[in-house]
Ligand binder design. Structure first.
Ligand SMILES: Cc1cc2nc3c(=O)[nH]c(=O)nc-3n(C[C@H](O)[C@H](O)[C@H](O)COP(=O)(O)O)c2cc1C
Length: 163
């Protein structure tokens, strides 16, 4: 399989845009932009998200007891870019505030899921974090979508918002 062709094909698949956050044992906050977020199971309520093994936050997430998944709204593409850039203090701008479990979150997210780490699975060059959902928040705003290597909006969702 040609990796470029695989990547090109996946660019045709629209995906949600999230910022996943946690805190390590020393109180340091960690976060990264992730489109690899999916619902997994209804009973028990499980979701998954996949940090790259090369990400600087990888170690913190596979060791985390709890994490938050902030589903970005259509107005938050700058937040997505901010948390996708390595090598700076992603929390210095104060855009995150203590949310569920006291973990940093976005009060203006389209949705937020508070998860307990259920299992970590191997996913090639990524790890698969399976989270058990303890609490959810829905903000009611339109979600941001990543499609064709760019941020866009779900036009059909604007016409028929999720109930
Ligand atoms: C739209 C978008 C989606 C992304 N999805 C993922 C993802 O699902 N998993 C991942 O490991 N990195 C993903 N990234 C890249 C990470 O956000 C980026 O490499 C991040 O800086 C890694 O964390 P670090 O700064 O701790 O190394 C995505 C980036 C963008 C712009």
């Amino acid at each position: 399989m040609d990796p470029a062709e695989f990547a090109r094909t996946m660019a045709h698949v629209p995906s949600p845009v999230t910022v996943v956050t946690t805190m390590d044992g020393t109180g340091r906050r960690w976060g990264f932009t992730a489109s690899s977020f999916s619902s997994l199971s209804l009973d028990p309520p499980l979701v998954l998200v996949c940090p790259a093994k090369t990400a600087s936050c990888h170690k913190a997430f596979v060791a985390a007891d709890r994490f938050l998944i902030n589903v970005l709204s259509v107005h938050q593409s700058a937040v997505a870019r901010h948390f996708a850039r390595s090598g700076h203090d992603k929390f210095a701008d104060g855009s995150m505030e203590p949310c569920e479990y006291g973990l940093p979150g976005l009060s203006t997210a389209a949705a937020r899921l508070a998860c307990t780490l259920h299992e970590v699975l191997d996913g090639g060059d990524h790890s698969i974090l399976v989270g058990r959902v303890d609490a959810v928040f829905t903000g009611g705003s339109e979600p941001l979508v990543y499609y064709n290597r760019d941020f866009t909006r779900p036009e059909s969702c604007a016409l028929t918002p999720a109930s």
